[in-house]
Design a binder for this molecule. Structure first.
Ligand SMILES: [Zn+2]
Length: 340
């Protein structure tokens, strides 16, 4: 069994920054995954942290130890799990009903990332870990705290053609679902990246709509906005948020021209509504490389980039991905490069 040896808890204040939905700004009307988020003064702080109080450490019997940072996470956010011990061969954990495999960072050191689904209720949630050494298998469990996060609701009145797709449109939507599913079907593996993620438009790109916003169309709750809408004009260059492999370049009904990039370790980024593709499926891309041009293809009210992020099956807040410090110390970057 895992035994918790320390776990500092901070008090999360009630104060939450409310993000504004820019009225009249270009937005996505729907998509498999679109969102807006308010939120997170403290949580973002927490997600940024690597050391200090927001760390959960525990130890297995037989010399295996696990570290989780941060110890408090909000819906849409990610966390990092490190497992250390002699003879470690493989490990994975389950959290909120989703599996998250670990990869080998260095000999005797496995790492993985986990995510909190947008609909997850606050409270203490078990993280169930399984590890295999050369000679035996072990299981352990520790608790992570999911903090409350409020999502704003936005009300839109749109033409009926946007809310009631025709038969042909429905067929296209089914084809899109298949294309996305295939795009996301890839083993977690090791990260393809060795540094933090960047904003695909510009570091100071204006946000039209955040992650998690509940969208009410014509008085009916129809979707959540599961990404980040970044403002701009048609033709604005869109860059890969990190190193990776293009898994899909597809013309979707709702998403428009969309590029999906797999970054390894279960992480994906998506670039929606492009006017032009600059990459092809299967192509390797470097962080900052052009993947396409901003546009207004798909179901949108005007040109913008819908930027999405996923960890395994869980859609996460792109802002949480951008603010997460994947490499809090240089030694770990060196370790990662050495393992490639
Ligand atoms: Zn969007």
């Amino acid at each position: 069994m895992l035994k918790k040896v320390s776990g500092n808890r901070s008090t999360f204040g009630r104060l939450r920054r409310r993000a504004l939905v820019a009225l009249g700004a270009s937005l996505c009307l729907t998509s498999p995954a679109l969102a807006d988020s308010p939120a997170k003064a403290e949580e973002a702080q927490c997600a940024k942290g690597g050391s200090g109080p927001h760390l959960l450490e525990a130890s297995f019997a037989h010399g295996l130890s696990v570290t989780v940072r941060p110890s408090h996470v909000a819906p849409g956010e990610i966390f990092q799990v490190d497992l250390r011990g002699e003879g470690l061969a493989s490990a994975s954990f389950a959290f909120a009903g989703h599996p998250f495999p670990l990869f080998e960072l260095a000999k005797g050191h496995l790492r993985g990332y986990g995510a909190v689904p947008v609909n997850q209720a606050p409270g203490k949630l078990p993280l169930k870990l399984r590890a295999a050494t050369q000679s035996s298998a072990r299981e352990g469990e520790l608790e992570l705290t999911v903090v409350e996060r409020e999502f704003i609701q936005s009300t839109l009145t749109v033409a009926r053609r946007f809310t009631s797709p025709s038969k042909e449109q429905k067929a296209r939507m089914c084809a899109d679902r298949k294309a996305f599913k295939a795009g996301y079907r890839v083993a977690f593996g090791s990260p393809h990246f060795g540094s933090r993620f960047i904003n695909p438009v510009a570091p100071d790109a204006k946000i039209n709509s955040v992650f998690g916003v509940r969208r009410v169309f014509n008085g009916k709750l129809q979707s959540r906005h599961m990404g980040l809408d970044l403002d701009g004009t048609t033709g604005t260059p869109i860059y890969a948020a990190n190193d990776g492999v293009v898994r899909m370049a597809h013309d979707g009904f709702a998403a428009g021209n969309t590029v999906l990039v797999s970054h390894g370790a279960g992480l994906f980024t998506g670039y929606f509504h492009l006017s032009k593709f600059a990459v092809k499926k299967g192509q390797r891309v470097k962080k900052g490389q052009l993947v396409g041009l901003m546009g207004k293809t798909g179901r949108v009210t005007g040109p913008h980039l819908h930027f999405s992020a996923k960890l395994g099956e869980v859609t996460i807040d792109p802002e949480a991905l951008l603010s997460f410090d994947f490499f809090p110390d240089e030694a770990q970057v060196a370790g990662l490069e050495a393992s490639e």
